[in-house]
Structures are given as structure tokens and as C-alpha cells.
Ligand binder design. Sequence first.
Ligand code: FA5
Length: 358
Amino acid sequence: MSIIKDDYKESFWKIASEIEKEIEKIENAKNVKEKINEIKKKIETLKSGFLSKKGIIASLLNQLSKLDQQQRKELGKEINEFKQEIESFVKSITEKIEEKEKELKYYTNLDLSVNYTFKEKGHFHILTIVQEELMNVFAELGFEIIDGIEIEDEYHNFEALNIPSDHPARDMWDTFYLQNGILRTHTSNMQIRILEKRKPPIKAISIGKCYRRDNMDATHSFQFHQLEGFSIDEGISFLDLIRTLYKFVGKYFGVNSKVNFVPSYFPFTEPSAEMSVSCFACNQQNSQCSVCKGTGWIEILGCGMINPVVLRNVGIDYEKFSGFAFGMGIERIAMLKYKIPDIRMFFENYLEFNSLWG
Ligand code: FA5
């Protein structure tokens, strides 16, 4: 025979497991502090209901006096075991809720504001500064400035520029292929994009990032910036191109700078040339120079007269209009102007380097 009715045990463990569940989900409560207080009250009610002087355990123990010695011994043991279960549950659940309370205090007292006064102002990266300078020079020379896009399709990056898919020039302009296009290899795509919308006379520049499969060295990177410029009108000649580039060099590098033109080849210009500026690192004195590779010259741009095939591709009457175009590497220009010996310095994010232009 047992004087501990199953109902007592059942109702104790029912309330106990409800309290445990509530503690597990306490973080989801709208008001955690209120929830903690609510649970603490439930624990107190449970404790006094079972363990206080007028509680269930006390009343069960009272009933023992009516029984004989043998029954008292057996049932007394049973009641004590139940009492111990209750006490150990109350102890562990109280610890848990106190722990939650401590966490709550810790997080609500956290001061997440930082008392910090910025001593140094931010400033533009040297490549941004150079781009601004170049825009100003070309604006003075009468060029308008038009924004470009970096993710391009093969038609605008190659085909419209007279570089069909089997053309060997594609090898030197190999690039990164994306699901929705390619990363442009040069800013010459903007000649096509702009001329699809605008008709001559037009004189414009466009600046932006380009990407290539090139190996890194002092003057090459797989990611760099170019400035594309072009001018189309009736009667534009190669002389206009040379004059424009000389004016640019004089204004930007100074009138004493040495410039060299060599014939070159681009499918989208005919004739074509490359322009170099004398090497700032060795002043043309070191046959082992790593910057100019001992040539004394640093190539900064490709240029030429726009191929009539390109004009035809964008619906311009190539018998009436002619134009020149050029594409220069912004990093190379910045290296020359600010005597920066290695293109990698632009991208390595060394604060010491970046802050030189602060
Ligand atoms: C071109 O990209 C032609 N689109 C330029 C052009 C435009 C020619 C209009 C005619 C008419 P090229 O691949 O040579 O040409 O690159 C032009 C300039 O970009 C180079 O002179 C150099 O200054 C810079 N450049 C090219 N490849 C790299 C590279 N991997 N890293 C840094 N700069 C580069």
C-alpha cells in the first residue's frame, strides 16, 4: 500500500516539466525579464505546495503516525525519496533560472557605444585622385566624360571592335567569363556602347576597370583601369590624334617629358600606334631596370584612327566621318606621375602607402 497517491507525483512532474520547457524557450519571450519573474514565482509555488510546513510532503508525513511500525518504515522511506527528488529538482531549476537572470543583466547592461574620436580624416585612394586629374585635363581639352560598364558581352568587347571569335588578338585579351557575360578586357567597349546611342560629332572619354588573364609583374595586373578617349567628326586625321596626346602629356607630365610613338596593331584602329613615356625609375640609364625592363620607356597607351569597319558596325557613314581613339592604363600613368615602382602597391592595401596621398 502507498499513501503517496500517483496523482501527487504526476502533478509534480507535469508542473516541473512545464517549467523546464519555459526556461528552454525563454529567449523567445517578448519580455525576458517578466518571463523570468513569472517562472521564479512558479518555482516558489511548486516549492511551497510540496515542501512547506503545510505542503503535501508534510501532510503525508503526518499521516504516518496512524500506521504501524512496519508500514511507517516502508512508507517513510518512500516519502523521503519523493521529497529528495523534489528538492533536487527545485535546486537545479533555481540555478538555471538564476543563470538566465545573470545573462539578462549582463546583456542589458552592455554598453555597445564606443567612445572614440576619429583623429584622422579619410581620403581618396591615389588611383581615384589620378582619375580625377585626368578627367580635368581631358575636360580642358574639350572631351565630355561618360560612365562605362564592366560586365560586358562578347559582341561589344570583341566582335563590334572587329575582333571575331577566331581572331588571334583574342588571345592577348583573354579574360574572366561569367554566367551573364565577361569582364571587359579594355574600355574600348565604350566606343561601341556610346556610338550605338550617339552620332558624330562626338569627343568623349570613359574611365573604368578592366580585367585580363595577364600575369602579375611590376607593370601588369589582372585587374587595372583604363581611360578610353575618342573623337569622331568630318575630317579628323592622325595629326589630330598626335596633337591631342602631346597636349595631354604636356599638361599632365610637363612640357619637357619625353614621348615615343611606335607603330602597332589593333583590329579596331588603322593605322595604330603605341605611346610610351621615358622611364621615371631609371631615367633611361639602367639596362637592368625592372620597371621599364631596360627599354628606357614605359608604354602607357594604344591609339590609332578608328577602323572604318567599327564605324560601319555602329551605323556611322565612314566615308563622311573619321575619328581617332586611344586607351591608356591609369595605373601606368599614376606610376609615372608619382614615381610608384610597382603596380601591385595600388592593390595591396598598405596603409603606409595609401596615406602618402592623404
Ligand atoms: C588596349 O587595351 C586597347 N583597347 C587600347 C586602344 C584604344 C587602342 C583605342 C587603340 C584605340 P592595350 O592592350 O595595349 O590596348 O592596353 C592599353 C594600355 O592599358 C596599355 O598601354 C597599358 O597602359 C594598360 N594595360 C594593358 N594591360 C595592362 C595590365 N595587365 N596591367 C596594367 N595595365 C595594363
